[in-house]
Design a protein around this ligand. Structure first.
Ligand SMILES: [Fe+2]
Ligand SMILES: [Fe+2]
Length: 175
């Protein structure tokens, strides 16, 4: 995660696409909400936005739409219980709709950006239809990649520590 953070902070071209959004207090409040156990909702959103942006650049897709909608895809402040109390459906079905509403109060959204946000939970709930654009497919895949990466953080840290310990021991043996 840290490696992505350091890259996006130094990527002027990327920052130019999203910097107006990062001035919004409501969006910044996502940094106070734990997401996927080991990160915040804001950091997760930036992670998804930046990785999607890099993929879009390589595939020559709409980088602006993907960077912005990627950042706004989880723009909601409610927890699971609060979403359940709305009685509008599952968490995976409802939170993208809330994110679109919140995002529309912050900026004008194109059809493409709405599709990216609305369909990002594709395959996790039957009610989410097929993404209409390549950009929407990229974000839904990147979102899953980032979620796995975030949830597996402690395991990855442990494995890294073990490898370091073993390599130190091997160095001692071969010294
Ligand atoms: Fe989400
Ligand atoms: Fe997400």
């Amino acid at each position: 995660m840290e490696f992505v953070r350091s890259i996006w902070e130094n990527d002027k071209e990327y920052i130019t696409l999203i910097e107006d959004l990062l001035e919004n207090e409501d969006l910044l409040k996502l940094d106070e909400i734990t997401h996927h156990h080991y990160t915040t909702r804001l950091i997760h959103s930036l992670f998804v936005s930046y990785v999607s942006y890099k993929v879009a650049k390589r595939l020559k897709l709409d980088v602006r739409a993907i960077a912005r909608a990627g950042l706004l895809h989880d723009f909601f402040h409610e927890n699971r219980e609060e979403i359940a109390s709305l009685n509008e459906g599952s968490h995976n079905h409802v939170h993208p709709k809330i994110a679109v509403k919140n995002a529309q109060q912050l900026t004008e959204l194109s059809e493409l950006e709405i599709d990216i946000i609305l369909k990002h939970m594709f395959l996790t709930t039957r009610k989410v239809g097929l993404p209409r654009y390549k950009e929407s497919f990229v974000v839904t895949c990147v979102d899953k990649y980032c979620a796995i990466n975030e949830i597996s953080t402690p395991v990855r840290i442990k494995v890294k520590q073990k490898i370091t310990e073993w390599s130190m021991k091997l160095r001692v043996v071969h010294a």
